[in-house]
Design a protein around this ligand. Structure first.
Ligand code: MG
Length: 148
């Protein structure tokens, strides 16, 4: 792969296309996913791990500092969700209707991907951690169980 050329998985992540619409009408164009029999979820976890490995390979600072930077990046992305939601609702008179709900969805995806990459960069398997926590949340929701 030539320098500056993106890995196919990274390109797929960046090329996810959402249609415009109101909060309840999102449709995702999945034409960027290629390959017969492609297991999208497996591909997604492979992309997350690949992005984490790429970021780790580019690191020039101590690992703990990289993790702090990744956590700060997550905070930045959550701010972008808030900015997009404010823009979609025209809540800032200076900017008006500056964003769409598709922008909000894309920024929420940035948050999710950044959080999973953070988990991967800690050395854990993001799929194991996420799915385990999701099941915990389900149990807590169904039973009122407050402890893990
Ligand atoms: Mg973003």
């Amino acid at each position: 792969m030539a320098t500056g050329e993106q890995q196919p998985g990274v390109r797929a992540l960046e090329n996810a296309v959402f249609t415009r619409g109101s909060p309840g009408t999102a449709q995702v164009d999945r034409t960027h996913r290629t390959g017969a029999g492609c297991d999208a979820m497996t591909d997604s976890w492979e992309i997350i791990n690949s992005l984490a490995e790429k970021l780790n390979s580019l690191s020039t600072v101590p690992h703990e500092q990289e993790l702090l930077g990744q956590a700060l990046k997550l905070a930045e992305e959550t701010g972008e969700v808030a900015e997009a939601a404010i823009g979609a609702l025209s809540m800032n008179p200076r900017n008006g209707n500056s964003h769409t709900w598709d922008d909000v969805r894309k920024e929420a995806c940035d948050v999710a991907a950044t959080a999973l990459i953070l988990i991967a960069r800690t050395g854990a398997d993001p799929r194991d951690i996420f799915e385990s926590h999701l099941h915990f949340l389900q149990r807590r929701s169904l039973t009122g169980e407050a402890t893990e």
